[in-house]
Design a protein around this ligand. Structure first.
Ligand SMILES: [Ca+2]
Length: 268
């Protein structure tokens, strides 16, 4: 409850501009077309070059990580993090979108245009983002969006994981089409499960001991890049909002993909 109140308070503060009570209205970024509010009251946009749908994630402050004993040492200490508003893709990048932009499909499971692209390395995904004017989310943005603000480590109620995520040793089925499971409270699909999602940050298990409070971007250097969310192959433990891992940037697997983000630098 305490973290929920903190999130609501920050959201209310973020909705007021300095010196008056006029709500801030995000400027529609070039290349994006508003498609209205989603079922969770958040503005959605279609990104014209890729056709992907993005959700305007509101600014706020949340508690990142989990209490010692709930997970790995890399997930603690729990610490308050402020996130500016940004756009995040509603779905994992699909094989159809990758084919359209990159004229290839590296996926092991070539099971349809609406399935997530996989066997893409961090370097590949960064290349896709640079080509389309997008970027990878930071780890902090990813966790904030996964929790939909101040949500719990598991985004679902007890024993309801299958409603929200494709996970748990489903070989040889592999991943599902994106968007088949229930969305989280921001309207984002498959944040948990289906395929792991590359984040932009270098991965440092000790980063939380000294990370900045406002919009942390990860260490300045490192050997691995961060991955979040678990996959169709992994069990519950790895599907917590706070779980972190990292692979070398050239690594690729049949359960590793990504989703894109976009900065709203003029929105305050
Ligand atoms: Ca995912």
């Amino acid at each position: 409850m305490k973290s929920l109140l903190l999130f609501i308070a920050c959201g209310l503060l973020a909705g007021c501009s300095t010196g008056n009570l006029t709500p801030a209205v995000p400027r529609v970024p070039e290349g994006f077309i508003s498609t209205g509010l989603n079922d969770h009251g958040l503005e959605e946009y279609r990104h014209e070059p890729t056709g992907m749908v993005f959700i305007l994630i509101p600014s706020g402050t949340f508690l990142m990580g989990t209490a010692e004993g709930n997970g790995e040492e890399s997930e603690s200490p729990v610490h308050a993090v402020k996130i500016d508003a940004f756009l995040l893709a509603k779905y994992e990048v699909t094989q159809g979108v990758w084919q359209k932009i990159m004229d290839s499909n590296p996926s092991y499971f070539k099971t349809g245009d609406n399935h997530p692209v996989e066997q893409v390395s961090w370097t590949d995904c960064d290349g896709f983002c640079r080509k389309t004017g997008l970027r990878l989310p930071s780890e902090a943005e990813w966790e904030y969006a996964c929790r939909a603000g101040a949500g719990p480590d598991y985004i679902w109620e007890k024993d309801r994981g299958n409603d929200y995520a494709q996970y748990g040793h489903s070989w040889p089925k592999g991943h599902f089409e994106t968007g088949l499971k229930k969305p989280n409270n921001f309207g984002l699909y498959d944040m948990i499960g289906n395929v792991w999602e590359w984040c932009n940050d270098y991965y440092d298990p000790a980063y939380y001991s000294h990370s900045p409070e406002s919009n942390p971007q990860g260490p300045e250097e490192g050997e691995r890049r961060a991955l979040r969310g678990g996959s169709w192959w992994y069990l519950d433990y790895y599907l917590r909002s706070s779980y972190r891992t990292g692979y070398v940037p050239g690594c690729f697997n049949d359960d590793t993909g990504f989703r894109c983000a976009f900065s709203l630098v003029n929105e305050k």
